[in-house]
Unconditional design. Structure first.
Lengths: 335, 335
């Protein structure tokens, strides 16, 4: 039977939430990934050194062994350099949200005044703290990411020493930015390598495929696939796996977020194999992130096997992407 | 208090379904409209003279008085002239669905082979039977209507004596076609005068605003408003009000259709007043349709009043658009 082994898989954009949800879902990622960059948009957000340390402790308490590293992030605000120097060793990045743009982002940045942000972003540059960005404006839903490109350009030009990660990119416009500025990087989710808006609202309306940024046009999907499949060195896997209880997804006014953590590696094998690019998956799912972030993850060897795997209908009260459907790769062993 | 009176309002695109659903919803339209063009996409579709007569009888049995005229339609197939001549007096139009493109359209047209369709469409031209078309391809969801324009052009050029109604148009591309061919007309829904894709998936996902064709971009909304508000003589109101039981809307895999029949006139008053175009509403909601179809509807005088009206949470088991929200016009009297 065909197998494929991945070393130290990393999920460089993950929502673990808190409380019971954290306890239910963190073990799923800890099982198959060496580490994950954990988003700070809790309620209230993670915005102090104490918050970071306490959240990391809660995550470690929720996972069954110590072969998993939560790479912590701080919720972006205009912080002073003293604070940043003090918190630097506890965090891997700072995550910036435009205010109100997605789940629990109300306390984010409401205007991109570069001069107001300069002290913080210069301190981050000097301390080597990368900036992760949810890059959407509040414009028309299909244009929000493309409209944000001018802000990426502003940030990239003004802070050439700052590593800026365009998170969960969904458009050709964002792909085209990658080679334009040396300090711009990107994460790509697995669902954005599979979906267009057609899958979300082209037939029936599919709440479990509804996320922000929303899946875009076929030509955008093609652009994302092109850089992911070649494992473009500035691109990393980040699932943006975002659990919501079933009741918040299958209701009038469905929350945004696709839950992929426990099926991400299987789906990635399926996609990369389909395009005969399995050899590039290691770089996309680990090596590139190690280089970009300068991290050395815990050793973990995950072997996947090409055999039918029926995606569970739910993981506790969270419905995963493709629930009940069969995918062609399964996790065979984790060492 | 400000009032506005409409004479013989007509809904030139309506889904009345059958059975209990028909009994529940037909009276809502019969109350405030003089007549409605009733879509034939039942299961199985309305495709014989007997079907038409029997369906009309079921509709009339479901409405409480005789001041309402259901204008009947036949489901398009390639019919021969003898059949069409025989059925002509029972129908107002024939409705063409591309196969599988929307609810109960599986038996529709699967390829637009003009020569295969020619005998039917020439007979319709000679008999003066208009062709109503659901104009969408099976392409990417945001492009389906624009892609269909070449088929409208093909039909309009090949059958210059055939009245062709572009149903429930949603794009600037369709609006631009109106003045290009003398035999092309259009219906516009009330929800497409209010919504863009932003309202459907830009914040939370909103199943009760999900329909086919899906609401498009802001520039499309502007184009639709421009011809509706001026009551362009080739444009008519057609609600495309499409009831589904609540269980089919608020679930995983939500059905397409917005239910507006009982609130359409109120919303139209609100929109036309907002743009200071109330004087044009009579043409949009009745006079244009009378001219285009050559119909003389039953007398009905509907007076609306500008006062707050809370949209009911449901009509039997059907949730209307804007359920629970307040709109600014209410029906005051119907004579």
């Amino acid at each position: 039977m065909k197998t494929h082994t991945l070393l130290m898989p990393l999920d460089m954009h993950l929502h673990l939430r808190d409380g019971v949800m954290l306890e239910n879902i963190a073990p799923l990622t800890a099982y198959s990934f060496s580490g994950a960059l954990v988003m700070p948009n809790l309620v209230p957000p993670v915005e102090s050194k104490e918050d970071v340390i306490a959240y990391k402790e809660r995550i470690m308490a929720a996972v069954p062994n110590d072969y998993f590293e939560p790479y912590m992030t701080l919720f972006y605000k205009n912080y002073d350099k003293k604070f940043l120097a003090d918190v630097a060793e506890e965090i891997t990045a700072i995550k910036l949200y435009p205010a109100g743009i997605t789940t629990n982002s109300e306390g984010g940045v409401s205007s991109f005044d570069i001069e107001e942000m300069r002290p913080t972003l210069e301190a981050m540059s000097q301390l080597g703290i990368p900036l992760c960005v949810h890059g959407e404006t509040d414009g028309f839903v299909m244009d929000r990411e493309a409209e944000f490109m001018s802000i990426y350009e502003l940030l990239a030009k003004n802070f050439p020493e700052l590593k800026i990660v365009m998170e969960h990119i969904t458009t050709k416009a964002a792909v085209d930015m990658l080679d334009k500025y040396p300090n711009l990087y990107a994460t790509i989710t697995v669902h954005h390598l599979l979906l267009t808006l057609d899958d979300v609202v082209g037939g029936m309306m599919q709440p479990h495929l509804f996320c922000k940024p929303i899946a875009k046009r076929p030509e955008d999907l093609d652009a994302l696939l092109s850089v992911a499949l070649e494992a473009h060195p500035k691109v990393m896997f980040g699932s943006d796996s975002a659990p919501h209880p079933r009741s918040k997804k299958e209701s009038c006014g469905c929350a945004a977020g696709v839950f992929t953590a426990p099926i991400a590696l299987q789906l990635l094998c399926e996609i990369f194999e389909q395009f005969d690019k399995l050899d590039n998956l290691q770089a996309f799912v680990s090596d590139n992130a190690q280089s970009i972030y300068g991290i050395c993850p815990e050793f973990k060897e995950v072997t996947l096997e090409k055999r039918p795997f029926v995606v569970p209908e739910s993981y506790s009260n969270v419905v995963p992407m493709y629930a009940g459907e069969t995918i062609n790769w399964a996790i065979e062993s984790v060492d």
